[in-house]
Design a protein around this ligand. Sequence first.
Ligand code: NAD
Length: 307
Amino acid sequence: LELERLGIHESVAQVFPPAELADYLADLPVAVSVIGDDGITACDAVVTLEYREAVLEVDWVHSIQAGVDRFPFDALEDAGVVLTNSTGIHDRTVGETVAGYLLSFSRRLHDHVANQQERRWERPEWDAAFTLPGSTACVVGTGTLGTGVAETLGGLGVDLRGVRRSGDPVPGFGEVYANDRLLEAIADVEFVIVTVPLTDETHHLFDAAAFEAMRDDAYFVNVARGSVVDEPALIDALEADALAGAALDVFEEEPLPEDSPLWGMDEVIVSPHCAAYTRDYFRDTGDIVRENVDRLETGEEFHNRVV
Ligand code: NAD
């Protein structure tokens, strides 16, 4: 694989200005430029947020996201295109976002913001606020996001358990369950936090049975992908008070449609798929690209290779 032209696809603008990344990588021994759809096939490699069929004609595609569920693995493989992703950089950002959701629920911050919009001086019910130390959370998926969430919540005194395929121990988690014991693992905790990739196996992993298994005073947090959750089943559970609430960064349809009942629920926090946002994002993802350009030069395997 000979790398002469590296394109930064304009779709990355949804996360940071493409020119910031182009500047950051300007010292690489390849020509780096910001490109639109019509510039893809003139490149050897493309850094992108969105998938375009034209990337089947380049040699290497780097996704600025960790989740690559929207890329067609078989077509890329058939076309001999290498796909790498940005897993490994979202531990602290997503960990802090999840800590923010939990602190909002425990300290009632979302109520205060809602009241402020109405210029309403209204204190919470005497028994609504609580503190996090000693509360329990189950993190489903113990990769970068999961361990970042565990580290951040662990610092706030939350008691953590994890769910992973093998069930083997992971630092930061008191107890780890194999994923065939998911319903048992989520049954008696106050927070369930989803951090698995979207795959055939995890599609609608959280369905009516999962919400039924959870405590009715438990909060559900999804920072993974919308389709890991059967969203109508979640809405039913919230409407039936079978859950205390939810914090959702990702949805089956994005942007979340204006008529979704999730927008209007007092105990639901909606964020627009930005749990991992940081002004350092272009540097964090740029470092992975730089590492792989270096590896190409020395003939080493790609870092974070998916296809
Ligand atoms: P990662 O590869 O580091 O971790 C994923 C973990 O999930 C791995 O440990 C894997 O073994 C595990 N896993 C896979 N299938 C499983 C299953 N069926 N049951 C239990 N565990 C399973 O990836 P990551 O960087 O932690 O990201 C995870 C996902 O989170 C991404 O694929 C992406 O969809 C999503 N994500 C969302 C945001 C956001 O902005 N909201 C940001 C980053 C990542």
